[in-house]
Design a protein around this ligand. Sequence first.
Ligand code: SAM
Length: 282
Amino acid sequence: MIARGHLYIVATPIGNLADLSPRAAAVLAGVDLILAEDTRNSRVLMQHMGINTPMAALHDHNERSAAGPLITRLENGDALALISDAGTPLISDPGFVLVRQVRDAGLPVIAIPGPSALIAALSIAGLPTDRFLFIGFLPAKASARRAALEPLRHAPETWVCYESSHRIDDCLHDIETVLGPQREVFLARELTKRFEQSVRLPIRDLRAWLRDDPVRSKGEFVLCIAAAEAHSDELRQLAEGRRLMARLRQELPASKAARLAAELSGAPRKQLYDDALADEAP
Ligand code: SAM
C-alpha cells in the first residue's frame, strides 16, 4: 500500500477522531516519517490510533528550509506523510511549498482525502454549492477586513471563510456593515465535536443568536455567506447567454446569434452582441 519515494498528503479529523479513514491510518502507520504542523498536537491522534511512526515538525516557519532535505529523503526511497493539526493540509494550513517543490522535482504526491471544515460546512449549509469561493481567514485588523469584504459584496457565488472565537463577533459585525443586515449567513461551529451547532439566518439575526448565549461565540467557526441574489441571477443569465453565443456564432451572424441567445438566456442582447464583436476583433 505504501509506495517508496512517495509523499502522501493525509487529511485528519477536525474534531471527531473516528473520522480518520482506514486508508489514512494505514498510510500514517506505514510511512517512514510523518511531517506534522505541531507534533505534540498530532501525538494525541497517533496515540489514539496506536501509530508509532517517527514525526518531525513542518510548519510555515521551517517549510522552505526543510523542503530540500525532505526531497533527498524521497529520492532515496523514503515514504513521507504530511498532516496538519486538523483537516486537510494546505487548506489554510502549511504544505504548499513542500508539495510544489516535490512536484517540481518530478516526485509523486498522493492525496489521502478526508475531513475539511470548509467542505463539511458547505455540505450542510443549504446554500448553492455549484460554484463557491473560499477566502480562508479574513484579515485580523478591522480596516483591512472591511477592505477585503468590499469586493465580496457582489460575489455571484456562495463564499466561505474560517474564523476563530477571538474574532467571530468583530468579523460578523464587519460583514453586516459591508454586506447589509439582510444577507443570509450560515455559521457552523465545532463541527463533528460534541457541542456542534449550525444555523443559517440573516446576519442581523445571526448576531442576536450569538449574543443570546456566550458559549455560542466559543470554538472554531466556518461562515458560508450567501451570494448577492439579484446580482448572481444576472451573472448566471450572462454566463448562459455567452455559452449559447459561442455555439450560435458557429452558424449565424453576430446580430442574429445575439438576438436568439438573449431570448433563450434572458441576458441583455446588446451586451452579448458587443462581447461577440470584441472577441472577434483582431
Ligand atoms: N486545514 C483545515 C481544514 O481542512 O479544514 C483548516 C485549518 S485552519 C488553520 C483552522 C480553521 O478551520 C479554524 O479556525 C476554523 O475556522 C476551521 N475549523 C477547523 N475545524 C473546525 C471545526 N471542527 N468546526 C468548525 N470550524 C473548524
